[in-house]
Design a protein around this ligand. Structure first.
Ligand SMILES: [Zn+2]
Length: 87
């Protein structure tokens, strides 16, 4: 069980998605959960991701600055994951 940094609910790991800050400082979504670096978990929903960003929970958890560009990238990655899920 892991906590979503958006809604702060405990959920099974498989219903969450990992966001990772690589050792190089790059923030991205990690669908495999295997990328090296510091990780945070959010529900597979755009709402939890944007809430985590808005409330600075993601920044706090990853100890990384979430720029507008990163925010947009994360949103796009999350959307493409959701599209894949419906196939
Ligand atoms: Zn959530």
């Amino acid at each position: 069980m892991r906590m979503c940094v958006g809604c702060r609910e405990m959920k099974e790991k498989k219903s969450l998605i990992r966001v990772v800050r690589s050792p190089e400082g790059q923030v991205s979504i990690d669908p495999t959960g295997k990328k090296p670096g510091r990780g945070a978990y959010v529900c597979r929903e755009g709402e939890c991701l944007s809430r985590a960003i808005r409330q600075h929970q993601l920044e706090r958890q990853l100890q990384a600055e979430i720029s507008e560009e990163i925010r947009e990238n994360l949103r796009l990655e999350m959307e493409s994951l959701q599209e894949n899920r419906h196939e």
